[in-house]
Design a protein around this ligand. Structure first.
Ligand code: UGA
Length: 443
């Protein structure tokens, strides 16, 4: 099948590579010529495990091409995927300018039947809006062309996106057109072999499913962060509580890890966008608002613990914190809405110095933090620890799970570890002679 994918971000590039992998002919479009030139030269601008060899193989075998020219991409395509960014406006609403621009361009170019597939995360009603934009462009041109706009939200996790695309839990297709649904079933058959995995529904339900899924997951995390904070005060241990409640299959173990607050390009933005949409329609999204508020508070929690510790010991001014983990989670170099940024801001505002390390986000971090003279990003995991007053772990990278504690102890001025991800055992830390302050557990 011939496919055109607009957008070369996490969603667009992963979808393009995975669809090409199944034998389809895919042209991936981006307006940025540097990105396209780099992709043509085999350089991928995002860090995503497994993506580079997948792209390389499909380019080599001639199934995947890159271009800045949408007309070229649309020429033979039956399916046109819109995978462009939908960032937050300052008021929390979703910025649809890229989605609108793609729809306008499609409306100017379309000359035969196409299925326009909205994969970007967009507020309920956007497929109707895209339909109207294309329709009005077609009308202006005085031509008659048939097309369908479908909502097909993505459920990819950064760091595991290729796997999520190749082996999805479900494929949501929002359309009222039976013929279109059948064509999408054929397109997705190699990924969703079991019929149950393909869920066809109304367009607005599909758009809402994406927000409901992300907000549900964000709710689990905020709930668990609240439980963690209560555990600390009442003398309980949230790790034990998690095991206790997760064993109930109705609750499950996933997404109930407390920590430094959720970050990334999806949960914070989508939670705020759902609040905005709900209010625009006159609803009162009290629970989703609370999820957002709890998360904002949680992002400040680890820094508060660090400052409190040093205040009790005589003052925070001039102290140096070694910080492990800058990305919003493990296996990505993405720092969008990463809690590490909140921790760093809070500590340096209080007069502390931060020396940070991340296995892959160091380059991004240097750019983002270049105006903060109190932060240094280092290339080696143990360099920041040398001579620091304490170690703080912010991201759950595997390589932080079992580090050389003897070395850390020798390097730190004081054996103190602040663990924002509950990576270590309390009793082990005690045996090793560390003061150990984590989330939802007793010191
Ligand atoms: C999330 C969803 O998990 C995907 O299904 C969805 O497709 C994607 O958003 C999207 O809308 O594009 P992602 O943002 O890549 O994926 O990351 P997650 O693995 O969901 O983690 C989000 C944040 O929650 C991270 O900061 C993570 O550290 C935090 N988290 C996760 C917790 O604090 N506790 C948990 O138990 C799980």
């Amino acid at each position: 099948m011939n496919i055109c994918i607009v957008g070369t971000g996490y969603v667009g590039l992963v979808a393009a590579a995975c669809l090409a992998e199944m034998g389809n002919d895919v042209v991936c479009i981006d307006v940025n010529p540097d990105i396209i030139d780099n992709l043509k030269a085999g350089n991928i601008h995002i860090f995503e495990p497994g993506l580079e060899p997948l792209v390389a193989r499909n380019v080599e075998e001639g199934r995947l091409r890159f271009s800045t020219d949408l007309a070229e991409g649309m020429d033979e395509a039956l399916f046109v995927f819109s995978c462009v960014g939908t960032p937050s406006n300052p008021d929390g609403s979703c910025d649809l300018s890229y989605v609108d621009e793609v729809a306008t361009q499609i409306g100017r170019l379309i000359s035969d039947y196409k299925i326009i597939i909205n994969k970007s995360t967009v507020p309920v009603g956007t497929a109707d809006r895209v339909n109207e934009i294309i329709q009005s462009q077609v009308k202006q041109r005085g031509v008659t062309v048939e097309f369908d706009v479908v909502s097909n939200p993505e459920f990819l996790k950064e760091g595991d996106a290729v796997n999520d695309f190749l082996k999805p839990d479900r494929v949501i297709v929002g359309t009222d057109n039976v013929r279109t649904a059948k064509l999408l079933e054929t397109l997705y058959a190699p990924f969703a072999r079991s019929r149950d995995k393909m869920i066809v529904m109304g367009i607005r339900s599909a758009e809402m499913t994406k927000y409901a899924a992300n907000c549900m997951l964000a709710t689990k995390i905020s709930f668990m962060n609240e439980v963690a904070n209560i555990c600390e005060t009442v003398g309980a241990d949230v790790r034990e509580v998690r095991a206790g409640i997760g064993s109930d299959r109705r609750i499950g173990y996933h997404f109930i890890y407390p920590g430094v607050g959720y970050g990334g390009s999806c949960f914070p933005k989508d939670v705020r966008a759902l609040i905005d949409t709900a209010k625009a329609y006159g609803c009162t999204p009290s629970l989703v608002e609370a999820v957002d508020a709890v998360n904002n508070r949680q992002k400040g929690m680890l820094a508060e613990k660090i400052k409190k510790h040093f205040q009790e010991k005589g003052g925070v001014e001039g102290k140096t914190i070694a910080l492990w983990g800058l990305a919003f989670k493990a296996n990505t170099d993405d720092m969008r809405e990463s809690a590490a940024l909140d921790v760093i801001q809070s500590l340096t505002d209080a007069g502390m110095t931060v020396k940070a390390y991340d296995p892959v986000a160091g380059g991004n971090a240097r750019k983002i933090l270049q105006d903060n003279a109190s932060v240094t990003v280092m290339d080696n995991q143990y360099d920041p620890v040398d001579g620091a007053d304490a170690l703080a772990v912010v991201t759950d990278w595997n390589q932080f799970r079992n580090p050389d504690f003897n070395r850390i102890k020798k390097m730190l001025k004081e054996p103190v570890i602040f663990d924002g991800r509950n990576l270590f055992s309390r009793s082990f830390m005690k045996d090793m002679g560390f003061s150990y302050i984590s989330i939802g557990r007793q010191p």
